[in-house]
Every structure is written in C-alpha cells, then in structure tokens.
Ligand binder design. Structure first.
Ligand SMILES: [Zn+2]
Length: 301
C-alpha cells in the first residue's frame, strides 16, 4: 500500500520535477539532504526526491503544496532555516536539539509509560532502509521512537532521522524494557548477503569479520557481516549524543556484551544495545566500534 502511495505521488509530482529541472537552483536546508542536489543536472530519481523534499517542506510550513521550488518557497527557506523541525517531540512540545528530525511517518502504536520515566536509549537494527523499516514495524505491530537510515533509492545521500513517536509515550520495540526507554532503530541490514544490493544502491559498506562474542565466547550471529554505512553511523552517534543531552541521560554504553541484570536496568541510565537486554538478540553488537565515539564505556556485570 505504501508503494502504491509513493507511485501515485511520483505521477502527481511530474509537473514539479519538470518545473524544478528548468528553474530550481539547489538550496541547503537542514534535514532535507536532497535539496543540496542540483535538480537541473541530477538523475531522474534525484529530481523526484528533490521535488518530494520541497513538498514535505511546504506541507510542514503550510505553504502552497506543489513540490516546486519557486520564489515563495525559496524565500521561506532562506528566511527560516530554524523552522525545519530541529529537535525532539516530547509531550507535544519540540525540545531543542542539534538534530533535524522528519516526522512524516508518525505512528499510533504507542501507550503510556505508566509510572516510569526515560532512563535508557535502546539501539536496534531493523529493515534494509527507512521505508522497509517502517513496513516491518507496521507488520509486526511494533513501533520505535526514532529511525536512522536512508530512503529507498537514496543510498549515496546523507542519512536522515525520523521521529515516529512522542518520547513522552512508550514505543513498542523491546518488550518489558519499553517503559523506561527510548527506541532507536538503525535501518540497515547486517547480513553479508545484502552486500551487492547495498553497493548498487550507493551505500559505503563492506563485509567484515564478526568477532563480537558473548562473555562466555559463544558464537553470535554470522561469522561475516556488513559494516554500517559511515553516514548512518555518524548520524546515529550524533542522535545518541543529542538524546542524552536532551533527556539528561549519561553518555555511557556497556563495554562488553554481557546481559544486563534487571537490577542494573532499574537503577541506572545510559545507552544500551538490544543485545545487552535479550539473550537471543545481537543487534547492534557488531557495529559497536562504529557507534560509541564520545561515550564512556562501562561495566554492567
Ligand atoms: Zn532489536
């Protein structure tokens, strides 16, 4: 259904693509990476993404919604660079943070945190790109607060951050651990058999040895896995820093892959991987080195 929606959107955006091809010089707007591409010289898919990003900007700012970067939309962008959704939605209020967040895939799959507050950020992998991650969550009747990744067909472009749920509410990403946590899903697969698909799509990934093990040395996932695209890794790391700053969470990540005890979970705060919570999960342990820059590495057992 989502695919159908996008197909219809492309058809109705054809006029905007043509307009921008003739008239629109690129513009640099935070959170809209496609707008720094030149629609006059870019590929057809780049032009479509450009028009789509113009449309999303127009929707967000209640401008005329035609996908064309004409004088009035351009003027609005030049005058209000701060108005592009910088920060995190919490209890209906936008908390200022140095991350631009897209909110066009808001989910209704949330519930109350009850008596619990935010103590942790839990990091997952989920899906092969942003669209696939959203479909996967939908079909699993699950949700998360944030997705970091790239749109389908935008493999060479910068990674973007989506917020899907208000952080005041509980998202459904880690079972019994949801009430005290914010969920972050990285929309890239780990499986090495996706190498060629990602390379063709413009991702910067390679096959690496998976040397991460549980403390008892037991095998964990495949021996060879895909590295995380560095643009996604950097954006995720920046998101984790910004979430810690915004919600008063200490910048600490467990250094090894022990399972966290319930007592430790209840009594502490920090950033944790799904693999630290659930014995059968290994997300996102093989990407440990790519994600922990600037965090203090701590013992949990
Ligand atoms: Zn997970």
């Amino acid at each position: 259904m989502l695919g159908e929606f996008f197909d219809n959107l492309w058809v109705s955006m054809a006029g905007a693509v043509e307009y921008n091809r003739k008239n629109a010089a690129p513009i640099n707007v935070d959170g809209f990476p496609n707008l720094i591409l030149d629609p006059r010289t870019g590929s057809q898919s780049e032009r479509q993404y450009f028009a789509w990003d113009v449309l999303r900007y127009q929707i967000r700012h209640s401008l005329t919604e035609d996908g064309k970067l004409g004088p009035s939309t351009r003027g609005h962008m030049e005058k209000s660079p701060e108005g592009t959704g910088r920060g995190f939605w919490h209890n209906g209020v936008l908390i200022d943070a140095p991350i631009v967040v897209e909110t066009d895939h808001w989910t209704s799959k949330t519930s109350s945190r009850g008596n619990y507050g935010i103590q942790w950020v839990v990091v997952h992998w989920n899906g092969k790109n942003v669209e696939h991650c959203i479909r996967t969550l939908e079909s699993a009747n699950a949700s998360t607060h944030f997705i970091v990744g790239k749109h389908e067909g935008a493999g060479g472009l910068p990674a973007i951050v989506h917020q899907l749920a208000d952080t005041f509410d509980k998202a459904w990403h880690a079972g019994e651990y949801n009430a005290r946590s914010i969920g972050v899903d990285i929309a890239q697969r780990i499986q090495a058999d996706s190498l060629h698909e990602y390379l063709e799509a413009g991702y910067d990934v390679q096959v690496i040895d998976n040397f991460e093990r549980r403390p008892d040395g037991s095998k964990w996932g495949q021996d060879q896995v895909l590295s995380l695209d560095p643009k996604i890794a950097r954006q995720t790391n920046e998101l984790l820093h910004a979430l810690c700053d915004a919600y008063g969470i200490p910048k600490k990540i467990p250094r090894d892959h022990s399972l966290m005890s319930d007592d430790f979970w209840r009594a502490n705060k920090g950033v944790v991987f799904h693999s630290h919570l659930v014995a059968t999960k290994w997300d996102v342990a093989p990407w440990f080195d790519q994600l922990v820059d600037g965090f203090e590495l701590v013992e949990i057992s």
